[in-house]
Design a protein around this ligand. Structure first.
Ligand code: IMP
Length: 438
């Protein structure tokens, strides 16, 4: 390999859906290994190539580059049925992953009773007014089973004779909660289904930790692809309105078994505005026509569930919090073109507290968010940034907005996306990304 090796993490800095898929896809040709380390098929990464868009849920976004080896780390929870559909769709488009996919034997399975529990719980929570608005993919229960030591790992699929015993305790606990209703399949049906779906994957299951350690020692470049984002992190997000994994940097190390010194740089991904799906605090939310316009222009509907996303201005304090949590070296600002044509563009630069003070600190308790009012700085809008490839050519008002954004967040911009296609975007000269891609 001629280019120096680099191990890079790509992490979401808001509430997910920042456009990480596009960045991973863009950078993948520079990397030999592309790794997912947390989350499951709650994620949905849309990659657009030559006008065709492909939605990926569990397969790393490097799938579209034949020289990338794809690793699903131990921190991921996997639904094999969905993975099979994903591989079939990729194959139909000419992307065959045979021989370049490794699934950690320590990754946990998402099973039908996890999904049933997730859905059952959300219906009950709705009545109690505590609904999170999960993706309904069984993510929370799968991680719960892992933490309570009732989980089923991919490696367990190699032992068909003891699989029922492995699944039984978790299954029985779910059955006790749900009762006989809700169409919960029998234990035997779940075991048979798991063994059947696992069959084609057995050659892909292996020791991902050693694979990555070896790749690192050999100096192969590794790209770590985060799913969801810091504000959805179970510890550092807007708890309890979060997902059940560590989407921020710590999850990379526990989710792969690599040490911190294996990582060189962190690229943080944020949209030029903010969105979130599901319930929870969102001070920058626009409930008016501008919010609706962002939703339409940005096609802000979930890749996984199709739900309309809540939309609002860029929120500098949450993004700065995410940058601090992850030690972000450079920002990738996505979808700037969605703000094109607005007369005025807003940015949340702080929150007014009940007492009238101004803070940029995020409360750690969900109840404390309610009293905060966003402090909005307004910028003059611009006509068009669509398809721009050089930041120096951008309209002056767009440049002023981006400069203020980088200053408020405290991290320089390394990449700017100006449209959905791979070709629509600017790499900022003088940044680590420019030398990486240069
Ligand atoms: P869960 O991960 O399905 O348990 O959902 C928990 C919360 O995280 C909900 O608010 C979801 O909408 C949100 N969420 C989970 N995955 C994603 C994602 O990939 N993008 C955006 N939001 C997500």
């Amino acid at each position: 390999m001629d280019q120096p090796s680099i191990n890079l993490a790509i992490l979401g800095l808001q509430w997910g859906d920042e456009g990480k898929g596009k960045v991973v896809d863009l950078l993948s040709p520079r990397f030999r290994q592309v790794v997912r380390f947390q989350g499951g098929n709650n994620a949905g990464h849309t990659v657009v190539v030559g006008g065709q868009s492909i939605a990926l849920h569990q397969v790393p976004s490097g799938a579209l580059h034949p020289d990338c080896f794809l690793v699903v780390g131990n921190g991921v929870v996997l639904n094999l049925e969905v993975l099979q559909q994903e591989l079939d769709r990729l194959k139909a488009r000419g992307f065959d992953l045979a021989g370049r996919l490794l699934l950690s034997e320590k990754a946990h399975l998402i099973l039908p009773h996890h999904i049933a529990l997730d859905l059952w719980r959300e219906v009950r929570a709705d009545k109690l007014g505590t609904k999170i608005g999960t993706t309904g993919r069984g993510i929370g229960p799968a991680y719960e089973m892992k933490a309570s030591r009732m989980g089923v790992r991919l490696g367990d699929l190699r032992h068909p004779g003891s699989l029922a015993d492995r699944i039984r305790q978790g299954y029985e606990e779910v059955r006790l909660r749900l009762g006989e209703a809700e169409g919960l399949p029998s234990l035997q049906a779940i075991v048979d289904g798991a063994l059947r779906t696992a069959q084609p994957f057995l050659p892909f299951i292996g020791d991902a930790q050693t694979h990555l350690q070896t790749a690192w020692q050999r100096g192969e470049s590794i790209l770590f692809e985060g799913a969801q984002a810091t504000l959805l992190d179970i510890d550092h997000g807007t708890y309890p309105f979060v997902t059940s994994s560590n989407c921020s940097l710590g999850g990379l190390f526990t989710g792969t078994g690599l040490p911190p010194k294996a990582l060189d740089k962190v690229l943080g991904i944020a949209k030029a505005y903010t969105t979130r799906v599901g319930a929870g605090p969102f001070p920058a939310e626009l409930l008016d026509a501008t919010g609706a316009r962002l939703r339409e222009a940005g096609r802000e509907f979930g890749t996984t569930t199709g739900r309309p996303r809540r939309c609002g201005w860029f929120d500098a304090p949450i993004t700065a919090h995410a940058c601090r949590t992850n030690g972000v070296d450079g920002l990738a600002i996505m979808k700037l073109d969605v703000l094109d044509g607005l007369e005025e563009v807003g940015m949340v630069v702080g929150y007014r507290t009940g007492e009238g003070g101004l803070t940029t600190q995020l409360p750690s308790c969900a109840a404390d968010w309610a009293g905060l009012k966003p402090e909005i700085r307004r910028f003059k809008g611009w006509d068009s940034t669509r398809g721009f490839t050089d930041p120096r050519d951008l309209p002056g008002t767009a440049r002023a907005y981006l400069e203020a954004l980088a200053e408020a967040v405290g991290v320089p911009i390394a990449y700017l996306s100006t449209g959905p296609d791979r070709t629509e975007g600017c790499v900022y000269p003088g940044t680590f990304l420019a030398s990486l891609l240069g």
